[in-house]
Design a protein around this ligand. Sequence first.
Ligand code: NAD
Length: 315
Amino acid sequence: MPSLHHLTVLGSGVLGGQIAWHSAFHGKTVVVYDISDQALESYRLTQERYAAIYANDLGADADRIAATRQRLSCTTDLPTAVATADLVIEAVPEAPDVKTEVYKEMAGLLPDRTLVATNTSTLLPSDFAAATGRPDRFCALHFATALWAMNFTEIMAHPGTTRETLTAVTEFAVEIGMIPIPVRKEHGGYIVNSWLVPLLNAAQTLVTNGIATPEDVDRTFLVNGARFGPMGMLDMIGMKTAHDVLAFWGDRTGDAQMTANAVYLKEHFLDNGLSGVQTGKGYYEYPGPAYQRPDFLAVPGLDAVPSIVSQALSD
Ligand code: NAD
């Protein structure tokens, strides 16, 4: 029996939901905790999408999908959620006060053996180590969205994390089919978000400032053979988390353009109940976003020239 078999995931949103489903798919017993029945109901619906993806893209048969469902349970009761946990992965919103609050609430409820990992995108495990009440048994384990396809996870310690904790967490990552990527020093944004967040922010700046359409930003990326561009990626990450990251770091660093990008996402998407793939609409509509259609990168006919020239002249 692997040392970390019973997993609890805090937060059933985009990433928490994927981590939970994927871990159950790989044989872990998983409890998902969220603050509201509504969030968990929405997660139950999202599981239908994951079931279809794992069947169609990974070739999982009906028995394996049924077994995955059986190993997954959901609750809004934190003591129940963590009572048997070997490992807790925290995937609540990218807001330091929300995360700190959850860690403090959970600290007195955990079995002594339980390890805790944060899936934060841009914050540091050091920021939360004290709040967990078990800094030696705490580290970051950072997954990427669409983790069934982007199957790597970054492993990052803070100065108090023990070797035993990192060993067990790294074994867990391997057991669920992840390529573990060690981050050699504690670093906000790990490896992937150190380049991805600036890239997404730069792409969003072009849209916020009316320099290019989202589709044209993505076209300049997709001609490289990529499966999705920066704007499609924002849809996959989810506008809530994209907004939270840009708003927090725009404020923290005094970057007015980053703050304006966060405001754009709020006004154009979140205020209208849109969050990207999760809600069926963001920059694109899902399923079957326009960038997946064969004509998205087609050379246009000459009849398209007047419209292109009008855009270049800002008519
Ligand atoms: P999300 O907004 O999709 O989901 C967050 C979930 O947490 C929601 O279901 C919400 O109801 C729940 N929640 C809110 N307060 C809570 C609380 N006090 N206790 C328990 N649950 C609570 O967010 P997400 O995109 O899944 O991001 C979660 C974390 O994972 C963030 O730290 C984010 O930076 C990180 N992350 C996200 C991505 C991504 O692509 N979305 C990738 C890597 C890491």
